[in-house]
Design a protein. Structure first.
Length: 243
């Protein structure tokens, strides 16, 4: 049984706590959040879980073996680094950090201390995405020519990350999972329409060593909600519509 501590009980944190609580391999020992009302809501639903506004409470001794970071991205690096340095395995909701250098530093620390660090790429574990992987691996689509994804809606504008970091990370994780290769070339074009310096629409183009090309469209400024992926192969075409 892994004893876990969850940091962040805002928008997504309750989902993490619920899933861990329903998993027989885990016990949620602590939940940390700066907002007292959120902790009260957690305590009301899960009376056995200890709550705190002080992150250091979770890291003391051997109270937990794994820390789940479910906070705004600006806080990911510091919280995860503290947990790793205290010998805890770490799960971080996407995106992992606010910069590549921060991510590389966390990976280095985890490797040096033989600890686990994992990013919560939810879609890699959903039945439709796993099924697409199965179809591609069996060769049912033939040679893959290109992949096009649209993840757009009239959504909430994040204030600390761009639409690429917020939405495109889903599609990038799925494409890399399906193709089992990293792109040789990447280009991206974005525009900050509402909040200065925070792109809310972007188009990402990639080409892979195998010859596959991919386009990822993401936006918080769209008249309709789309969660659609099209994969075109030499034998068949596939559409995965998440709406």
């Amino acid at each position: 049984m892994v004893r876990a501590g969850v940091v962040g009980y805002g928008y997504w944190g309750p989902n993490i706590v619920r899933n861990l609580s329903e998993n027989p391999g885990y016990e949620v020992a602590w939940v940390c959040d700066l907002v007292e009302e959120r902790l009260e809501a957690c305590k009301k639903r899960y009376p056995s879980i200890k709550v705190t506004q002080d992150f250091s409470d979770i890291l003391k001794g051997d109270q937990v073996q794994a820390v789940f970071v479910v906070t705004p991205v600006s806080e990911h690096y510091a919280l995860a680094k503290d947990a790793l340095l205290r010998g805890k395995d770490v799960f971080i909701e996407k995106p992992i950090t606010a910069s590549s250098s921060q991510a590389e530093d966390l990976i280095r620390i985890a490797e040096e201390r033989e600890l686990i660090i994992m990013v919560g790429h939810t879609f890699e574990y959903t039945p439709p995405v796993v099924k697409v992987k199965e179809i591609i691996s069996k060769g049912d689509l033939g040679e893959i020519y290109f992949i096009a994804t649209s993840r757009v809606n009239l959504g909430i504008h994040q204030k600390d990350i761009s639409v690429i970091w917020d939405l495109a990370s889903h599609d990038l994780s799925m494409i890399l999972y399906w193709l089992e290769e990293e792109p040789a070339k990447v280009s991206a074009l974005g525009k900050a329409s509402i909040i200065e310096h925070i792109p809310d629409v972007a188009f990402i183009n990639m080409s892979f060593p195998s010859g596959v090309i991919a386009n990822v469209e993401v936006s918080w400024l769209a008249p309709t909600k789309l969660r659609r992926t099209t994969i075109v192969g030499s034998k068949k075409m596939l559409i995965c519509d998440d709406t």
